[in-house]
Design a protein around this ligand. Structure first.
Ligand SMILES: C[S@@+](CC[C@H](N)C(=O)[O-])C[C@H]1O[C@@H](n2cnc3c(N)ncnc32)[C@H](O)[C@@H]1O
Length: 220
């Protein structure tokens, strides 16, 4: 297999070990302390998708310790190299302890210069980020995202989708984690799926990988 960026690979393998222990409940951690990261397979799948889609600008909702973010950073480096401190990835996290952990992992992986961590409540932060762009003069080009990953609270998922969708480029991808598991999210995810099925120019499929990934493309 073609290798990941060596520094990123080291941090991912450390986090893979932590995730395994977490899943086998060895550490008796509270939900607040757990990483609750995507699975290794999911990370690899998203990494391949981002490389193929030539994603340059990525938004993530729900950073935790930065495991998924590191898979995204590797795809950017594979396609474009380290791009002089340009923030290719914006990731939102409300838990300050997790922000500190993620920042430490990004520094250790040598990618802190390409990741902007926005600390705070995602709904509030998304409204602020995107209202700013909405108010921009129309002659200015609004920022467009190639890839959006939803992996925070599920209750506001539909709101997150509605806020960000105008800022996804045509051919851009949205992925929502936990489309299939755990059971506690089943009802709220069903509402999200019904919502996006009604959305104009969105094509979507549920993939049985990890906890189930809802993969959607914006077609127009
Ligand atoms: C499932 S974890 C994210 C895992 C991460 N994407 C990964 O795969 O490594 C969800 C994260 O979302 C954060 N979160 C939950 N609700 C949030 C909200 N309303 N705003 C911002 N972050 C939130 C939690 O603190 C938690 O760290």
């Amino acid at each position: 297999m073609d290798r990941l960026d060596s520094k990123i690979a080291l941090v991912l393998s450390k986090l893979d070990k932590q995730a395994l222990e977490e899943r086998s409940n060895k550490n008796n951690l509270s939900k607040e302390e757990m990483m609750l990261s995507i699975t290794h397979d999911t990370g690899l799948f998203l990494n391949i998708l981002l490389i193929a889609n030539k994603a340059k600008r990525i938004l993530e909702v729900g950073t935790s310790a930065g495991y998924s973010t590191l898979w995204f950073a590797d795809a950017i480096i594979y396609n474009y190299g380290h791009n002089n401190g340009t923030k290719a990835i914006t990731t939102i996290e409300s838990n300050p302890t997790k922000v500190t952990r993620a920042r430490r992992n990004f520094v250790e992986a040598g990618v802190d210069d390409m990741i902007e961590i926005v600390e705070g409540n995602a709904l509030h932060k998304l409204k602020t980020l995107f209202n700013f762009h909405n108010q921009m003069n129309f002659s200015q080009k609004k920022e467009e995202f190639d890839f959006i990953f939803f992996d925070a609270d599920k209750e506001n998922l539909i709101k997150y989708f509605d806020i960000v969708i105008p800022f996804v480029r045509i051919g851009g991808i949205l992925v929502a984690d936990n489309a299939l598991f755990p059971d506690e999210y089943r009802a709220v995810m069903a509402k999200y799926l019904a919502h996006i099925k009604k959305a104009k120019n969105i094509r979507s499929v549920t993939l049985p990988i990890g906890n189930g990934e809802e993969l959607s493309i914006k077609l127009g």
